[in-house]
Write a protein that binds this ligand. Structure first.
Ligand code: MG
Length: 267
């Protein structure tokens, strides 16, 4: 009997997800059942399980961090997350992302991140850009409204809220199309959103002419855990990019393998 009700609950949840879903407008039905499974997990994670963690993390950070000090705000988030892991890029992989962006010096004008969640990577990227490329605008994209609110508060706490960070409560594919319509180019793209969209969004951006040959860098998190196998296979075999896979560990873990792929667009 319990199994029946669990099954009925999951079917009802799936129906709601299909109708009003978190991945609305994306490749939900096309990739059934793979995408549907991921969507359901995302739904349960982001709408049922994670909100308490998000509020706890925000409360801890606001109570313990120094106002206007991005390094301290980032440190306090890491302190919390080493005890209660969340899906930030984290302090270990964060250094790989930082190094890729820093290698571009002052040249980036448009930096984009997909899947900003609670804004941890947003803080890291915005803080680094303030030093290395102060004219750059960071487009921080995520369709989750609670994450958007937490991120905005974190940026305010760190003194990074302002015109150089464009908080986009939006789906990644829509932002790619909008940037193309506005005639913009992406200098640096950080992929940390729905894993099965990594390849699709990168291919769309490339097709719409958003990448600068010989300059644009694309960095993908979580290529092994939870995994973006389609992206990995496509990117590592792609002669239009020069890719470096970095073997590392899943955020806030000591033994779960993960990989970050840093790719430069050549042509
Ligand atoms: Mg990640």
């Amino acid at each position: 009997m319990a199994f029946f009700w669990l099954f009925a609950f999951l079917v009802a949840l799936l129906a709601v997800e299909v109708q009003f879903g978190f991945v609305k407008g994306q490749t939900f039905m096309k990739e059934w059942p793979h995408a549907a499974g991921i969507s359901l997990v995302n739904y349960m994670d982001l709408k049922l399980l994670w909100p308490r963690t998000q509020v706890d993390l925000l409360e801890y950070t606001l109570q313990n961090s120094k106002r206007g000090d991005p390094v301290d705000v980032i440190q306090k988030i890491d302190d919390f997350c080493w005890k209660t892991p969340t899906m930030n890029v984290g302090d270990v992989k964060g250094k790989i992302v930082d190094a890729a962006l820093e290698s571009m010096g002052s040249s980036p004008k448009v930096v984009v991140e997909f899947g900003s969640y609670m804004g941890y990577s947003t803080l890291r990227l915005a803080n680094l850009l303030r030093r290395t490329a102060p004219d750059a605008v960071l487009y921080s994209v995520d369709p989750n409204p609670l994450g958007h609110a937490v991120k905005t508060t974190m940026l305010d706490r760190a003194g990074l809220l302002g015109p150089k960070v464009s908080n986009e409560l939006a789906f990644s594919g829509d932002v790619v199309k909008r940037l193309a319509e506005e005639g913009k180019k992406i200098d640096f793209l950080f992929l940390d959103h729905v894993k099965h969209l990594y390849a699709e969004d990168t291919q769309l951006a490339e097709k719409l002419g958003l990448f600068r040959p010989g300059q644009t860098i694309v960095v993908a998190d979580n290529v092994i855990s939870p995994g973006a196998p389609e992206y990995r296979e496509w990117m590592l075999a792609n002669k239009n990019y020069e890719s470096t896979p970095h073997t590392t560990l899943l955020e806030y873990t000591k033994s779960t393998p993960d990989e970050v792929i840093v790719s430069k667009y050549l042509r």
